[in-house]
Design a protein around this ligand. Structure first.
Ligand SMILES: C[S@@+](CC[C@H](N)C(=O)[O-])C[C@H]1O[C@@H](n2cnc3c(N)ncnc32)[C@H](O)[C@@H]1O
Length: 297
């Protein structure tokens, strides 16, 4: 049992973002409601970009991480931060997994994922920190949730300690040589920022994702030290830039309905955040890591 306070975003802060309205998100995400960076067919940007679509690119991303975690055909898999259930559904419906357990802090996400009746899936509104599984998992996947595991304003040492606790739990829940597939935004290595850039990034942290923080890649790896080996690592900022551009395009095409399902202020905020994200992934103020970890002992 942990004696320190949870250092990540509170359930209230998570709900502030993800409980806006399921209908609102359905207007601009792909059909699987995957709300994280897709994996596009290469090359991603430029005149010679290969024809691709968001649905296919999201399924390719899920498969990349599911295969990387060696979850295919296994009995029990955990998805930490399961959103509206796209990983759970892909695990049990496409990859022959018997039981897929998903954790989220959002009631609306859980309600929608439950209503889909995904065979073999169990959706829990539960912080990973309070999760005490009766049995171990064969593999663990976590996509786009890590950014919420350390809140804004912590020191580097505090953030690393918070990440370390997450890796420690995953270590306990996996068998020897078990794998964790993690996808997370990371800070980019272009640290040259004008005032407008700093303002835009602060707007995203304060207004769109309160209490959350984008980790440095070194902090993620440091948090995993002596527990996990890094098997592979991809940095795909252009993939997130293109994903955000696609989301923004869909949101603008459905603007009237988006305002009806939320508010004018909310839609304007999302347009600003997606538009800023397109640029900041492109100019490397932000990065996108997909890391396959394996238990080191
Ligand atoms: C950006 S969404 C990603 C959802 C999904 N993985 C996807 O790719 O569409 C982040 C998810 O992390 C969940 N989350 C954040 N902090 C969490 C925590 N401490 N425990 C469990 N889930 C958490 C949120 O509720 C949400 O479902």
């Amino acid at each position: 049992m942990s004696t320190t306070a949870y250092q990540g975003a509170t359930a209230e802060a998570i709900r502030h973002h993800y409980d806006v309205s399921n209908d609102f998100y359905a207007l601009w995400l792909d059909r699987s409601l995957t709300y994280t960076c897709a994996l596009w067919a290469e090359p991603v940007l430029g005149t010679e970009a290969v024809p691709d679509d968001l649905e296919t690119a999201q399924a390719r991303k899920l498969d990349y991480l599911i295969e990387g975690a060696r979850a295919v055909g296994t009995r029990r898999v955990l998805d930490v931060g399961c959103g509206w259930g796209s990983v759970l559904s892909r695990l049990t419906q496409v990859h022959g997994v018997q039981q897929a357990v998903g954790l989220t802090l959002s009631d609306s996400q859980a309600a929608l994922a439950e209503s889909a009746g995904i065979p073999g899936a169990e959706i829990r509104v539960e912080n990973w920190r309070d999760h005490h599984p009766a049995e171990p998992y064969d593999a663990i996947i976590s996509i786009g949730a890590f950014e919420h595991f350390a809140r804004t304003g912590l020191s580097r040492a505090e953030r690393v300690a918070a990440y370390r606790e997450f890796f420690g739990r995953c270590f306990e829940w996996l068998p020897p040589r078990g794998r964790l597939a993690l996808q997370t935004n990371v800070k980019g290595n272009n640290t040259v920022m004008d005032k407008a850039t700093v303002r835009e990034l602060m707007f995203i942290i304060e207004t769109i994702f309160p209490e959350s923080e984008i980790p440095a890649l070194s902090e993620v790896v440091e948090g995993s030290e002596k527990l996990f080996d890094v098997v592979s690592l991809r940095n795909d900022p252009d993939h997130y830039s293109r994903t955000c551009a696609e989301w923004l395009h869909r949101l603008r095409n459905n603007r009237e309905a988006a305002v009806r399902f939320s508010s004018e202020e909310n839609v304007a905020n999302y347009e600003n955040y997606l538009e800023a994200s397109v640029r900041h992934f492109q100019n490397r103020h932000l990065g996108l890591s997909r890391i396959i970890f394996q238990k080191g002992r």
